[in-house]
Write a protein that binds this ligand. Structure first.
Ligand SMILES: Nc1ncnc2c1ncn2[C@@H]1O[C@H](COP(=O)(O)OP(=O)(O)OP(=O)(O)O)[C@@H](O)[C@H]1O
Ligand SMILES: [Mg+2]
Length: 248
């Protein structure tokens, strides 16, 4: 692999990227609920740790204990990397709920804390799963755009490579605002499609963009296995209707 390419930890995706993502790029992973965004990001994290990278993983959905216990099921043991300080797993709650008297109050420092954490950690790899709350908490499109671009600037100033996941709207390929899609250097879109015999829901992935980089434009099928996500090398379920890529 060329020196400036970083493996995604999933051979099928590395193949689509002719080796991996370009070092220093910010990659978006956009998909609906349950499409595998967290799993893909953890798989990328584990591969990066194995490749000696210093990593920061920020989750607003799962705490450290949960991330560790779920990941071990797939064979990704983060404990040694936490012990040697190669990995920081950070759970950041976007909104705090506080009982004051008889009323619940919502407070949030997330919009400031997230970029400060990224700036101060200075790791080779930054993963944020998902970025959706950060965008939603902004009061206007102008604010979300400028805060996101500022966050990305901090990532680039640290020469980090990043993976940012984002939730797409139900039955859509894009996020509500579309800002993430424009701001990232590279974009993977995850979708569900019905198999040609209408019996099964299949998962497919495509690279929608990858600035300055040659990549495959094919739509590829992927599946969930006991070792994580597997991206198949051929997809023809919709086009040819002649069966599942796994059976090829
Ligand atoms: N071993 C497995 N076998 C089959 N399916 C699995 C396996 N592990 C995970 N899955 C599938 O992965 C899905 C969850 O993946 P993941 O949590 O990464 O999705 P997500 O896109 O992050 O979802 P959300 O938007 O809700 O956070 C499950 O709903 C399940 O369908
Ligand atoms: Mg998730």
């Amino acid at each position: 692999m060329a020196e400036d390419k970083i493996s995604m930890g999933i051979p099928g995706l590395d193949e689509m990227l002719y080796g991996g993502v370009n070092s220093g790029n910010i990659i978006g992973l956009v998909g609906p609920a349950g499409s595998g965004k967290t799993l893909m990001s953890l798989q990328f994290l584990y591969a990066s740790l194995k490749n000696g990278k210093k990593c920061l993983y920020i989750s607003s959905n799962h705490n450290e204990k949960e991330l560790k216990s779920k990941s071990i099921v797939y064979g990704w043991d983060f404990e040694p990397f936490l012990d040697n300080k190669q990995l920081v797993l950070k759970y950041m709650e976007p909104v705090h709920t506080e009982l004051r008297g008889e009323e619940f109050h919502l407070t949030s420092k997330y919009l400031d804390e997230l970029p400060i954490t990224v700036k101060n950690m200075k790791t080779d790899i930054v993963i944020i799963d998902p970025i959706t709350d950060f965008i939603t908490l902004c009061k206007s499109e102008v604010e979300s755009r400028s805060r996101l671009l500022n966050l990305f600037r901090l990532i680039k100033d640290n020469s980090s490579t990043a993976m940012i996941t984002a939730e797409s709207e139900i039955d859509s390929c894009s996020t509500r605002s579309g800002i993430v899609e424009y701001a990232v250097d590279g974009l993977f879109i995850l979708r569900r499609v019905q198999s040609s015999d209408l019996n099964e829901i299949l998962h497919v992935i495509q690279i929608a963009k990858m600035r300055w980089t040659k990549h495959l434009r094919e739509i590829r099928q992927y599946d969930f296995t006991e070792k994580g996500i597997d991206v198949y090398s051929k997809y023809n379920v919709l086009i040819g209707g002649s069966g599942d890529a796994r059976k090829k």
